[in-house]
Design a protein. Structure first.
Length: 105
């Protein structure tokens, strides 16, 4: 949500209401399922592939579908003691040189 309000950020030009609203709902669903399954070995996380060139954006994304799959593969192969209830993936605009990691909700 912070990126949507940053006039100099990459999300500022987005005018769609449905896309970011659905992502906000996904955030809460992820959190609630993770909470419900906390005491089980099941992990529930959300993945951010970054802005990938796909049909959805008329191939204007700067990341390939293969690059977009990287955070998904990471989450699918977490160890038993891995995190749950997180948004994890490509850190668009990160200035610390770390390309992937936990993202703020």
């Amino acid at each position: 949500m912070q990126l949507m309000n940053d006039q100099d950020g990459p999300m500022w030009p987005m005018t769609s209401i449905t896309y970011p609203s659905s992502k906000t709902a996904l955030t809460m669903i992820t959190t609630m399922y993770a909470k419900e399954l906390w005491d089980t070995p099941i992990k529930v996380n959300a993945a951010n592939p970054g802005y990938c060139a796909t049909d959805l954006n008329h191939n204007t994304g700067f990341r390939t579908p293969e690059q977009g799959a990287e955070p998904i593969v990471h989450l699918a192969t977490l160890p038993a003691d891995g995190p749950t209830g997180q948004l994890w993936g490509y850190r668009w605009g990160a200035t610390d040189g770390i390309e992937y990691g936990r993202l703020p909700w």
